[in-house]
Design a protein around this ligand. Structure first.
Ligand SMILES: NC(=O)c1ccc[n+]([C@@H]2O[C@H](COP(=O)([O-])OP(=O)(O)OC[C@H]3O[C@@H](n4cnc5c(N)ncnc54)[C@H](OP(=O)(O)O)[C@@H]3O)[C@@H](O)[C@H]2O)c1
Length: 207
């Protein structure tokens, strides 16, 4: 791989991390401008195109209660409210307990304060229009989604699959880690393969 292509891939990778973790663009660009002045131009263009890309898209996010997913979901809702729908996959027995987890472990967090201030009384309407809670488990085929109508809808509508579900316990029992971080990822890949409108599969992991 030549040097400039490698730099570009490296930059886009860091750009996505900045986008998710909300690192100030100015800090990032001044750091990079020291080394790669031409990359600042790429960065500014890319931020705009990432935002535009998410407009009117249906996105499924696995591991929705996790550290990274919560930040990703908040960021999308705040900076791209014209996203079509976010399907949030949570581990739960049924939709009711998945909804309970969403309310207690995601939307109740301080991280969502800015969204609450922005939408005020209209937040619930906005959330119910933009978010569908899905009870599931990535260690199962079709992500363990039991509601066949919802499964059909997702396979028909989803444009982007974001897999952030994992065990992050680095001393995990081998069989559990294998079932989740390896075979779970394969289940997500198989699910993505069946999505007729798929544009992007984003798999996040440490390895
Ligand atoms: N955090 C970082 O700074 C960082 C940096 C680089 C890479 N990563 C990678 O990014 C990924 C996510 O990291 P994280 O820090 O967000 O992890 P996390 O906070 O531990 O979240 C993991 C998520 O996966 C869910 N999950 C576990 N088993 C599941 C299953 N069988 N089906 C569906 N969902 C399941 C968990 O749900 P429950 O709530 O039900 O347990 C939780 O929501 C990992 O692969 C990690 O290695 C993280």
């Amino acid at each position: 791989m030549n040097y400039s292509l490698h730099s570009l891939i490296y930059t886009v990778h860091h750009l996505i991390i900045c986008f998710v973790l909300q690192i100030k663009l100015t800090t990032f660009t001044s750091f990079y401008s020291f080394f790669h002045p031409f990359l600042c131009f790429v960065i500014i263009m890319e931020i705009g195109s990432i935002l535009r890309f998410f407009e009117n898209k249906n996105i499924i996010v696995t591991g929705a209660t996790g550290f990274l997913a919560k930040i990703f979901i908040e960021k999308i809702l705040r900076v791209q409210p014209n996203v079509k729908k976010l399907y949030l996959l949570l581990r739960a027995q049924d939709e009711k307990s998945a909804l309970q987890r969403f309310n207690n472990e995601i939307i109740a967090k301080d991280l969502y304060k800015v969204l609450k201030e922005k939408w005020g009384q209209k937040l619930n309407t906005f959330i119910s229009k933009k978010i569908t809670i899905v009870a599931g488990d990535i260690t199962h085929e079709n992500l363990g989604v039991k509601d066949s109508n919802l499964l059909e809808e997702m396979l028909r509508e989803v444009d982007v699959v974001v897999n952030i579900a994992a065990t992050t316990n680095f001393d995990e029992r081998y069989d559990i880690a294998l079932a989740l971080n390896t075979f779970g990822a394969i289940n997500v890949l198989n699910f993505a393969n069946k999505c007729v409108n798929l544009k992007v599969l984003l798999h996040v992991s440490t390895g």
